[in-house]
Design a protein around this ligand. Structure first.
Ligand code: NDP
Ligand code: HSE
Length: 441
Protein backbone atom coordinates (compact mmCIF):
# COMPACT_ATOMS: atom_id res chain seq x y z
CA UNK A 1 0.00 0.00 0.00
CA UNK A 2 1.34 3.52 -0.86
CA UNK A 3 0.68 6.49 1.42
CA UNK A 4 0.04 10.11 0.26
CA UNK A 5 3.72 10.95 0.82
CA UNK A 6 4.61 8.12 -1.57
CA UNK A 7 6.07 5.81 1.08
CA UNK A 8 5.10 2.18 1.12
CA UNK A 9 3.07 0.90 4.07
CA UNK A 10 2.52 -2.79 4.83
CA UNK A 11 -1.19 -3.66 4.56
CA UNK A 12 -2.93 -4.36 7.84
CA UNK A 13 -3.24 -8.13 8.39
CA UNK A 14 -6.69 -9.72 8.37
CA UNK A 15 -7.26 -11.57 11.65
CA UNK A 16 -9.19 -14.86 11.58
CA UNK A 17 -10.79 -16.89 14.36
CA UNK A 18 -11.74 -20.48 13.55
CA UNK A 19 -14.47 -22.01 15.72
CA UNK A 20 -14.03 -25.80 15.63
CA UNK A 21 -11.03 -28.00 14.86
CA UNK A 22 -12.78 -31.19 13.77
CA UNK A 23 -13.03 -32.76 10.30
CA UNK A 24 -13.47 -29.43 8.51
CA UNK A 25 -11.88 -26.99 10.99
CA UNK A 26 -8.57 -28.87 11.12
CA UNK A 27 -8.26 -28.67 7.32
CA UNK A 28 -9.15 -24.96 7.28
CA UNK A 29 -6.48 -24.27 9.90
CA UNK A 30 -3.94 -26.37 7.98
CA UNK A 31 -4.53 -24.44 4.74
CA UNK A 32 -4.38 -21.04 6.48
CA UNK A 33 -1.03 -21.99 8.01
CA UNK A 34 0.52 -23.95 5.10
CA UNK A 35 -0.54 -21.63 2.26
CA UNK A 36 0.02 -18.30 4.02
CA UNK A 37 2.22 -16.84 1.26
CA UNK A 38 -0.19 -17.58 -1.59
CA UNK A 39 -3.19 -16.48 0.45
CA UNK A 40 -1.51 -13.15 1.26
CA UNK A 41 -0.81 -12.56 -2.43
CA UNK A 42 -4.41 -13.33 -3.38
CA UNK A 43 -5.92 -11.21 -0.61
CA UNK A 44 -3.45 -8.32 -0.69
CA UNK A 45 -2.71 -8.62 3.04
CA UNK A 46 -1.54 -11.39 5.37
CA UNK A 47 -4.26 -13.69 6.74
CA UNK A 48 -3.35 -14.23 10.37
CA UNK A 49 -4.86 -16.98 12.52
CA UNK A 50 -5.69 -15.46 15.92
CA UNK A 51 -7.07 -18.58 17.58
CA UNK A 52 -9.04 -21.80 17.28
CA UNK A 53 -11.99 -22.60 19.57
CA UNK A 54 -12.43 -26.22 20.65
CA UNK A 55 -14.05 -28.20 23.46
CA UNK A 56 -10.78 -29.78 24.57
CA UNK A 57 -7.39 -28.10 24.43
CA UNK A 58 -4.67 -30.66 23.76
CA UNK A 59 -1.08 -30.66 22.54
CA UNK A 60 -1.61 -33.36 19.93
CA UNK A 61 -3.67 -31.37 17.42
CA UNK A 62 -0.56 -30.46 15.43
CA UNK A 63 -0.90 -26.71 16.02
CA UNK A 64 0.68 -24.50 18.71
CA UNK A 65 -1.34 -25.05 21.86
CA UNK A 66 -1.43 -21.30 22.55
CA UNK A 67 -3.72 -20.90 19.52
CA UNK A 68 -6.36 -23.11 21.16
CA UNK A 69 -9.08 -21.91 23.48
CA UNK A 70 -12.31 -23.23 24.95
CA UNK A 71 -13.63 -19.68 25.21
CA UNK A 72 -15.08 -19.03 21.77
CA UNK A 73 -16.87 -15.84 22.84
CA UNK A 74 -13.69 -14.12 24.03
CA UNK A 75 -11.87 -15.16 20.86
CA UNK A 76 -14.63 -13.65 18.70
CA UNK A 77 -14.57 -10.42 20.72
CA UNK A 78 -10.83 -9.79 20.23
CA UNK A 79 -10.12 -6.48 18.48
CA UNK A 80 -7.66 -8.12 16.11
CA UNK A 81 -10.25 -10.65 14.80
CA UNK A 82 -11.90 -9.46 11.57
CA UNK A 83 -13.43 -12.69 10.25
CA UNK A 84 -14.93 -15.64 12.13
CA UNK A 85 -15.11 -19.11 10.57
CA UNK A 86 -17.79 -21.28 12.22
CA UNK A 87 -17.25 -25.03 11.76
CA UNK A 88 -18.61 -26.37 15.05
CA UNK A 89 -21.99 -27.67 13.85
CA UNK A 90 -25.34 -27.85 15.64
CA UNK A 91 -27.73 -24.93 15.90
CA UNK A 92 -28.05 -23.18 19.26
CA UNK A 93 -24.39 -22.55 20.11
CA UNK A 94 -23.32 -21.54 16.58
CA UNK A 95 -26.36 -19.27 16.29
CA UNK A 96 -25.24 -17.45 19.44
CA UNK A 97 -21.59 -17.28 18.32
CA UNK A 98 -22.33 -16.22 14.74
CA UNK A 99 -24.73 -13.53 16.01
CA UNK A 100 -22.07 -12.28 18.44
CA UNK A 101 -19.53 -12.09 15.60
CA UNK A 102 -21.87 -10.28 13.19
CA UNK A 103 -23.14 -7.88 15.88
CA UNK A 104 -19.50 -7.02 16.64
CA UNK A 105 -18.93 -6.14 12.96
CA UNK A 106 -16.96 -9.26 11.98
CA UNK A 107 -17.63 -11.09 8.73
CA UNK A 108 -18.64 -14.74 9.09
CA UNK A 109 -17.95 -17.83 7.00
CA UNK A 110 -19.88 -20.95 7.99
CA UNK A 111 -20.40 -24.49 6.67
CA UNK A 112 -23.41 -25.01 8.89
CA UNK A 113 -26.46 -25.94 6.79
CA UNK A 114 -28.62 -26.82 9.80
CA UNK A 115 -28.11 -23.32 11.23
CA UNK A 116 -28.68 -21.58 7.90
CA UNK A 117 -31.80 -23.57 7.03
CA UNK A 118 -33.44 -22.13 10.16
CA UNK A 119 -31.81 -18.76 10.69
CA UNK A 120 -30.47 -17.30 7.44
CA UNK A 121 -32.98 -14.45 7.74
CA UNK A 122 -31.91 -13.43 11.23
CA UNK A 123 -28.21 -13.78 10.45
CA UNK A 124 -28.45 -11.96 7.10
CA UNK A 125 -30.19 -9.05 8.83
CA UNK A 126 -27.45 -8.93 11.47
CA UNK A 127 -24.80 -8.92 8.71
CA UNK A 128 -26.70 -6.18 6.88
CA UNK A 129 -26.92 -4.01 10.00
CA UNK A 130 -23.13 -4.02 10.34
CA UNK A 131 -22.30 -4.05 6.59
CA UNK A 132 -20.30 -7.26 6.89
CA UNK A 133 -20.25 -10.50 4.90
CA UNK A 134 -22.03 -13.77 5.67
CA UNK A 135 -20.73 -16.50 3.35
CA UNK A 136 -21.70 -20.19 3.30
CA UNK A 137 -20.54 -21.92 0.12
CA UNK A 138 -19.54 -25.05 2.08
CA UNK A 139 -23.02 -25.53 3.54
CA UNK A 140 -24.35 -27.11 0.33
CA UNK A 141 -22.53 -29.86 -1.56
CA UNK A 142 -19.10 -29.44 0.09
CA UNK A 143 -16.43 -28.49 -2.42
CA UNK A 144 -18.84 -27.92 -5.30
CA UNK A 145 -19.32 -24.24 -6.12
CA UNK A 146 -23.09 -23.84 -6.25
CA UNK A 147 -24.00 -21.01 -3.87
CA UNK A 148 -21.75 -18.47 -5.62
CA UNK A 149 -22.89 -19.47 -9.15
CA UNK A 150 -26.52 -19.10 -8.07
CA UNK A 151 -25.97 -15.85 -6.17
CA UNK A 152 -23.61 -14.17 -8.60
CA UNK A 153 -23.08 -15.86 -11.98
CA UNK A 154 -26.82 -16.43 -12.53
CA UNK A 155 -27.94 -13.17 -10.89
CA UNK A 156 -29.14 -11.89 -14.27
CA UNK A 157 -30.94 -15.06 -15.31
CA UNK A 158 -34.24 -16.61 -14.19
CA UNK A 159 -33.72 -19.93 -12.44
CA UNK A 160 -36.64 -22.34 -12.80
CA UNK A 161 -35.30 -25.51 -11.22
CA UNK A 162 -32.44 -26.76 -9.06
CA UNK A 163 -32.30 -30.52 -8.67
CA UNK A 164 -29.49 -32.26 -6.91
CA UNK A 165 -27.93 -35.16 -5.10
CA UNK A 166 -26.72 -33.23 -2.07
CA UNK A 167 -26.17 -35.99 0.47
CA UNK A 168 -23.19 -38.26 -0.04
CA UNK A 169 -24.10 -40.84 2.60
CA UNK A 170 -27.45 -41.70 1.05
CA UNK A 171 -26.02 -41.66 -2.46
CA UNK A 172 -23.35 -44.11 -1.33
CA UNK A 173 -26.03 -46.39 0.18
CA UNK A 174 -28.31 -46.30 -2.88
CA UNK A 175 -25.35 -46.82 -5.25
CA UNK A 176 -24.17 -49.82 -3.22
CA UNK A 177 -27.68 -51.30 -3.26
CA UNK A 178 -27.81 -50.84 -7.04
CA UNK A 179 -24.32 -52.15 -7.78
CA UNK A 180 -24.11 -55.08 -5.32
CA UNK A 181 -27.75 -56.04 -4.76
CA UNK A 182 -27.25 -55.40 -1.02
CA UNK A 183 -30.32 -54.57 1.02
CA UNK A 184 -30.68 -51.25 2.85
CA UNK A 185 -29.35 -52.48 6.22
CA UNK A 186 -26.23 -54.04 4.65
CA UNK A 187 -25.46 -50.93 2.59
CA UNK A 188 -25.97 -48.66 5.62
CA UNK A 189 -23.62 -50.83 7.70
CA UNK A 190 -20.97 -50.64 4.97
CA UNK A 191 -21.41 -46.83 4.76
CA UNK A 192 -20.78 -46.73 8.51
CA UNK A 193 -17.65 -48.93 8.23
CA UNK A 194 -16.25 -46.62 5.53
CA UNK A 195 -16.90 -43.52 7.64
CA UNK A 196 -19.66 -42.04 5.44
CA UNK A 197 -22.59 -42.74 7.77
CA UNK A 198 -22.44 -41.38 11.30
CA UNK A 199 -23.20 -43.51 14.39
CA UNK A 200 -26.68 -41.96 14.33
CA UNK A 201 -27.42 -41.76 10.59
CA UNK A 202 -30.92 -40.25 11.00
CA UNK A 203 -30.08 -36.78 9.65
CA UNK A 204 -28.74 -38.29 6.44
CA UNK A 205 -31.01 -41.29 5.80
CA UNK A 206 -34.25 -39.57 6.77
CA UNK A 207 -33.45 -36.61 4.49
CA UNK A 208 -33.05 -33.88 7.13
CA UNK A 209 -29.55 -32.95 5.91
CA UNK A 210 -30.73 -32.76 2.29
CA UNK A 211 -33.80 -30.76 3.36
CA UNK A 212 -31.59 -28.13 5.03
CA UNK A 213 -29.58 -27.86 1.81
CA UNK A 214 -32.77 -27.67 -0.28
CA UNK A 215 -33.99 -24.77 1.88
CA UNK A 216 -30.73 -22.89 1.29
CA UNK A 217 -30.75 -23.56 -2.46
CA UNK A 218 -34.43 -22.61 -2.88
CA UNK A 219 -33.97 -19.37 -0.93
CA UNK A 220 -31.15 -18.26 -3.20
CA UNK A 221 -32.53 -19.54 -6.50
CA UNK A 222 -35.97 -17.99 -6.02
CA UNK A 223 -35.15 -14.86 -3.97
CA UNK A 224 -37.49 -16.04 -1.24
CA UNK A 225 -36.86 -17.08 2.35
CA UNK A 226 -37.33 -20.86 2.58
CA UNK A 227 -36.65 -22.70 5.83
CA UNK A 228 -36.19 -26.42 6.54
CA UNK A 229 -39.81 -26.58 7.78
CA UNK A 230 -41.02 -25.51 4.31
CA UNK A 231 -39.33 -28.50 2.65
CA UNK A 232 -41.38 -31.65 2.04
CA UNK A 233 -39.19 -34.56 3.13
CA UNK A 234 -38.99 -38.35 2.83
CA UNK A 235 -35.87 -40.44 3.53
CA UNK A 236 -34.45 -43.64 2.06
CA UNK A 237 -34.86 -46.03 4.99
CA UNK A 238 -37.84 -47.81 3.38
CA UNK A 239 -36.11 -48.43 0.04
CA UNK A 240 -35.70 -52.15 -0.58
CA UNK A 241 -33.49 -54.27 -2.80
CA UNK A 242 -36.71 -55.09 -4.73
CA UNK A 243 -37.19 -51.37 -5.51
CA UNK A 244 -33.70 -51.26 -7.01
CA UNK A 245 -34.48 -54.38 -9.06
CA UNK A 246 -37.72 -52.82 -10.35
CA UNK A 247 -35.89 -49.56 -11.07
CA UNK A 248 -33.34 -51.45 -13.18
CA UNK A 249 -36.16 -53.13 -15.11
CA UNK A 250 -37.51 -49.64 -15.89
CA UNK A 251 -34.00 -48.49 -16.94
CA UNK A 252 -33.86 -46.18 -13.93
CA UNK A 253 -31.72 -45.59 -10.83
CA UNK A 254 -33.03 -44.63 -7.38
CA UNK A 255 -31.59 -41.36 -6.02
CA UNK A 256 -32.37 -39.18 -3.01
CA UNK A 257 -33.14 -35.88 -4.72
CA UNK A 258 -33.40 -32.34 -3.42
CA UNK A 259 -35.73 -30.52 -5.81
CA UNK A 260 -36.27 -26.77 -5.74
CA UNK A 261 -38.69 -25.59 -8.36
CA UNK A 262 -40.63 -22.55 -9.47
CA UNK A 263 -44.16 -23.65 -10.30
CA UNK A 264 -46.83 -21.52 -11.93
CA UNK A 265 -50.38 -22.26 -10.82
CA UNK A 266 -53.40 -22.17 -13.15
CA UNK A 267 -54.15 -18.58 -12.12
CA UNK A 268 -50.64 -17.54 -13.23
CA UNK A 269 -49.18 -17.26 -9.74
CA UNK A 270 -45.52 -18.28 -9.19
CA UNK A 271 -44.80 -20.45 -6.14
CA UNK A 272 -41.73 -22.23 -4.81
CA UNK A 273 -41.61 -25.96 -4.22
CA UNK A 274 -38.78 -27.44 -2.16
CA UNK A 275 -38.82 -31.17 -1.58
CA UNK A 276 -36.58 -34.11 -0.78
CA UNK A 277 -37.41 -37.74 -1.51
CA UNK A 278 -36.00 -40.86 -3.11
CA UNK A 279 -37.08 -41.03 -6.74
CA UNK A 280 -36.61 -43.11 -9.83
CA UNK A 281 -34.33 -41.28 -12.25
CA UNK A 282 -34.03 -42.48 -15.88
CA UNK A 283 -30.51 -43.73 -16.57
CA UNK A 284 -30.02 -41.18 -19.34
CA UNK A 285 -30.54 -38.28 -16.89
CA UNK A 286 -27.19 -36.71 -15.80
CA UNK A 287 -27.94 -37.33 -12.10
CA UNK A 288 -28.51 -41.07 -12.61
CA UNK A 289 -24.81 -41.75 -13.14
CA UNK A 290 -23.64 -39.87 -10.03
CA UNK A 291 -22.53 -42.75 -7.83
CA UNK A 292 -20.84 -43.39 -4.51
CA UNK A 293 -20.54 -40.52 -2.05
CA UNK A 294 -20.38 -37.87 -4.80
CA UNK A 295 -22.81 -34.95 -5.07
CA UNK A 296 -24.15 -33.17 -8.14
CA UNK A 297 -26.48 -30.25 -8.70
CA UNK A 298 -28.30 -29.47 -11.94
CA UNK A 299 -29.55 -25.91 -12.39
CA UNK A 300 -32.05 -25.04 -15.11
CA UNK A 301 -32.34 -21.35 -15.91
CA UNK A 302 -34.10 -19.60 -18.75
CA UNK A 303 -31.15 -18.09 -20.62
CA UNK A 304 -28.35 -20.46 -19.54
CA UNK A 305 -30.27 -23.70 -20.09
CA UNK A 306 -29.13 -26.70 -18.07
CA UNK A 307 -25.92 -26.45 -16.01
CA UNK A 308 -24.42 -29.27 -13.98
CA UNK A 309 -22.06 -29.05 -10.99
CA UNK A 310 -20.38 -32.24 -9.79
CA UNK A 311 -17.81 -33.23 -7.17
CA UNK A 312 -17.09 -34.10 -3.57
CA UNK A 313 -19.90 -33.02 -1.30
CA UNK A 314 -18.25 -33.78 2.03
CA UNK A 315 -14.98 -34.56 3.79
CA UNK A 316 -12.47 -32.34 5.54
CA UNK A 317 -10.34 -31.11 2.64
CA UNK A 318 -13.12 -30.71 0.03
CA UNK A 319 -15.32 -28.80 2.48
CA UNK A 320 -12.36 -26.70 3.61
CA UNK A 321 -11.79 -25.73 -0.04
CA UNK A 322 -15.23 -24.07 -0.11
CA UNK A 323 -14.66 -22.45 3.31
CA UNK A 324 -11.32 -21.06 2.15
CA UNK A 325 -12.88 -19.61 -1.00
CA UNK A 326 -15.34 -17.71 1.18
CA UNK A 327 -12.61 -16.68 3.60
CA UNK A 328 -10.46 -15.22 0.81
CA UNK A 329 -13.48 -13.33 -0.57
CA UNK A 330 -14.37 -11.91 2.86
CA UNK A 331 -10.72 -10.98 3.51
CA UNK A 332 -10.43 -9.25 0.10
CA UNK A 333 -13.54 -7.26 0.91
CA UNK A 334 -11.92 -6.16 4.17
CA UNK A 335 -8.74 -5.11 2.40
CA UNK A 336 -10.23 -3.49 -0.70
CA UNK A 337 -13.46 -2.24 0.85
CA UNK A 338 -16.92 -3.34 -0.24
CA UNK A 339 -19.06 -6.34 0.49
CA UNK A 340 -20.31 -9.47 -1.18
CA UNK A 341 -23.95 -9.76 -2.28
CA UNK A 342 -26.50 -9.38 0.48
CA UNK A 343 -29.53 -11.63 0.98
CA UNK A 344 -32.01 -11.34 -1.90
CA UNK A 345 -35.60 -12.09 -0.83
CA UNK A 346 -37.56 -9.57 -2.86
CA UNK A 347 -39.68 -12.16 -4.75
CA UNK A 348 -41.19 -13.47 -1.50
CA UNK A 349 -42.98 -16.31 -3.29
CA UNK A 350 -45.54 -18.53 -1.60
CA UNK A 351 -44.45 -22.07 -0.74
CA UNK A 352 -46.38 -24.63 -2.77
CA UNK A 353 -47.78 -27.54 -0.75
CA UNK A 354 -46.75 -31.03 -1.88
CA UNK A 355 -50.35 -31.78 -2.93
CA UNK A 356 -50.04 -29.22 -5.80
CA UNK A 357 -46.85 -30.70 -7.23
CA UNK A 358 -47.20 -32.51 -10.54
CA UNK A 359 -45.14 -35.66 -10.72
CA UNK A 360 -45.19 -39.30 -11.80
CA UNK A 361 -45.54 -42.32 -9.53
CA UNK A 362 -44.16 -45.84 -9.52
CA UNK A 363 -46.39 -48.10 -7.38
CA UNK A 364 -45.50 -51.64 -6.41
CA UNK A 365 -48.49 -53.70 -5.20
CA UNK A 366 -48.71 -57.20 -3.78
CA UNK A 367 -51.94 -58.58 -5.25
CA UNK A 368 -54.17 -61.63 -5.45
CA UNK A 369 -53.39 -63.44 -8.72
CA UNK A 370 -56.88 -63.77 -10.21
CA UNK A 371 -59.14 -62.35 -12.90
CA UNK A 372 -60.41 -58.79 -12.37
CA UNK A 373 -57.61 -57.57 -10.12
CA UNK A 374 -55.94 -55.51 -12.81
CA UNK A 375 -59.21 -53.79 -13.78
CA UNK A 376 -60.03 -53.03 -10.10
CA UNK A 377 -56.60 -51.49 -9.67
CA UNK A 378 -56.86 -49.53 -12.94
CA UNK A 379 -60.32 -48.26 -11.92
CA UNK A 380 -58.90 -46.53 -8.81
CA UNK A 381 -56.41 -44.63 -10.97
CA UNK A 382 -59.12 -43.72 -13.51
CA UNK A 383 -61.53 -42.45 -10.81
CA UNK A 384 -58.97 -39.80 -9.83
CA UNK A 385 -57.98 -38.87 -13.35
CA UNK A 386 -54.55 -40.50 -13.08
CA UNK A 387 -53.42 -41.98 -16.37
CA UNK A 388 -51.36 -45.19 -16.32
CA UNK A 389 -48.24 -45.23 -18.48
CA UNK A 390 -47.22 -48.88 -18.00
CA UNK A 391 -48.18 -51.86 -15.88
CA UNK A 392 -46.33 -55.11 -15.40
CA UNK A 393 -47.00 -58.26 -13.37
CA UNK A 394 -44.03 -59.76 -11.52
CA UNK A 395 -44.28 -63.23 -9.94
CA UNK A 396 -47.41 -65.38 -9.72
CA UNK A 397 -49.79 -66.94 -7.17
CA UNK A 398 -49.12 -65.72 -3.61
CA UNK A 399 -46.04 -63.87 -4.84
CA UNK A 400 -47.87 -61.88 -7.53
CA UNK A 401 -46.99 -58.21 -7.75
CA UNK A 402 -48.20 -55.41 -10.01
CA UNK A 403 -45.81 -52.62 -10.88
CA UNK A 404 -47.67 -49.54 -12.14
CA UNK A 405 -46.06 -46.46 -13.67
CA UNK A 406 -48.27 -43.39 -14.07
CA UNK A 407 -48.25 -40.34 -16.29
CA UNK A 408 -47.97 -36.93 -14.65
CA UNK A 409 -50.65 -35.96 -12.15
CA UNK A 410 -50.89 -33.91 -8.98
CA UNK A 411 -49.40 -35.47 -5.89
CA UNK A 412 -52.82 -35.14 -4.27
CA UNK A 413 -54.46 -37.32 -6.95
CA UNK A 414 -51.61 -39.82 -6.87
CA UNK A 415 -51.46 -40.16 -3.10
CA UNK A 416 -55.23 -40.52 -2.77
CA UNK A 417 -55.12 -43.25 -5.43
CA UNK A 418 -52.49 -45.10 -3.42
CA UNK A 419 -54.60 -44.76 -0.25
CA UNK A 420 -57.60 -46.23 -2.13
CA UNK A 421 -55.51 -49.11 -3.51
CA UNK A 422 -54.46 -49.95 0.03
CA UNK A 423 -58.14 -50.47 0.89
CA UNK A 424 -58.84 -52.81 -2.05
CA UNK A 425 -59.62 -56.39 -1.05
CA UNK A 426 -57.52 -57.72 -3.96
CA UNK A 427 -54.43 -55.69 -2.95
CA UNK A 428 -52.59 -57.51 -0.15
CA UNK A 429 -50.09 -54.69 0.38
CA UNK A 430 -48.80 -51.50 -1.22
CA UNK A 431 -45.17 -52.60 -1.14
CA UNK A 432 -43.65 -49.34 -2.26
CA UNK A 433 -44.40 -46.00 -3.84
CA UNK A 434 -41.72 -43.85 -5.45
CA UNK A 435 -41.90 -40.76 -7.61
CA UNK A 436 -40.30 -40.68 -11.04
CA UNK A 437 -38.31 -37.50 -11.76
CA UNK A 438 -36.38 -36.28 -14.75
CA UNK A 439 -38.30 -38.18 -17.42
CA UNK A 440 -39.28 -36.49 -20.67
CA UNK A 441 -43.00 -37.43 -20.38
P1 NDP B 1 -16.70 -32.16 13.88
O1 NDP B 1 -17.63 -32.78 14.86
O2 NDP B 1 -15.67 -32.99 13.26
O3 NDP B 1 -15.94 -30.94 14.62
C1 NDP B 1 -16.61 -30.05 15.45
C2 NDP B 1 -15.59 -29.17 16.15
O4 NDP B 1 -16.29 -28.21 16.94
C3 NDP B 1 -14.65 -29.92 17.09
O5 NDP B 1 -13.34 -29.46 16.94
C4 NDP B 1 -15.17 -29.58 18.47
O6 NDP B 1 -14.17 -29.49 19.47
C5 NDP B 1 -15.70 -28.18 18.24
N1 NDP B 1 -16.70 -27.81 19.23
C6 NDP B 1 -17.82 -28.49 19.57
N2 NDP B 1 -18.46 -27.84 20.57
C7 NDP B 1 -17.71 -26.74 20.85
C8 NDP B 1 -17.83 -25.70 21.79
N3 NDP B 1 -18.84 -25.66 22.68
N4 NDP B 1 -16.88 -24.72 21.81
C9 NDP B 1 -15.84 -24.78 20.96
N5 NDP B 1 -15.66 -25.75 20.06
C10 NDP B 1 -16.60 -26.73 20.00
O7 NDP B 1 -17.60 -31.44 12.79
P2 NDP B 1 -17.30 -31.27 11.23
O8 NDP B 1 -15.98 -30.63 11.05
O9 NDP B 1 -17.59 -32.53 10.52
O10 NDP B 1 -18.47 -30.26 10.78
C11 NDP B 1 -18.41 -28.90 11.09
C12 NDP B 1 -19.51 -28.15 10.33
O11 NDP B 1 -19.28 -28.32 8.93
C13 NDP B 1 -20.93 -28.67 10.59
O12 NDP B 1 -21.83 -27.59 10.57
C14 NDP B 1 -21.18 -29.58 9.40
O13 NDP B 1 -22.56 -29.70 9.08
C15 NDP B 1 -20.45 -28.83 8.31
N6 NDP B 1 -20.05 -29.67 7.20
C16 NDP B 1 -19.31 -30.78 7.42
C17 NDP B 1 -18.94 -31.58 6.37
C18 NDP B 1 -18.10 -32.80 6.58
O14 NDP B 1 -17.81 -33.49 5.60
N7 NDP B 1 -17.68 -33.11 7.81
C19 NDP B 1 -19.34 -31.26 4.99
C20 NDP B 1 -20.08 -30.02 4.86
C21 NDP B 1 -20.43 -29.27 5.94
P3 NDP B 1 -13.34 -30.81 19.95
O15 NDP B 1 -12.41 -31.09 18.79
O16 NDP B 1 -12.62 -30.35 21.16
O17 NDP B 1 -14.35 -31.87 20.16
N1 HSE C 1 -23.57 -35.97 6.00
C1 HSE C 1 -23.41 -35.17 4.82
C2 HSE C 1 -23.39 -36.09 3.60
C3 HSE C 1 -22.12 -34.37 4.93
O1 HSE C 1 -23.42 -37.31 3.74
O2 HSE C 1 -23.38 -35.60 2.49
C4 HSE C 1 -22.08 -33.18 4.03
O3 HSE C 1 -22.99 -32.21 4.37
Amino acid sequence: MTTESGTSQAPRPVGVAVLGHGTVGAEVVRIIRDDATDLEARIGAPLELRGVAVRTVSEDRGIPVELLTTDAESLIARDDVDIVVEVIGGIDLPRKLVRAALDAGKSVVTANKALLAEYTGELAEAAEAKHVDLYFEAAVAGAIPVIRPLTQSLAGDRVNRVIGIVNGTTNYILSAMDETGADYAEALAEAGRLGYAEADPTADVEGFDAASKAAILASIAFHTRVTAGDVYREGISKISAADLTSARALNCNVKLLAICERITTDDGKDKVSARVYPALVPREHPLASVSGAFNAVVVEAEASGRLMFYGQGAGGAPTASAVMGDLVMAARNRVQGGRGPRESKYADLEIAPMSEIVTRYYVNLQVADRAGVLSAVAAEFAKRGVSISAVRQEGAGNGARLVVLTHRATDEALSSTVAALDELESVTAVTSVLRLEGSAE
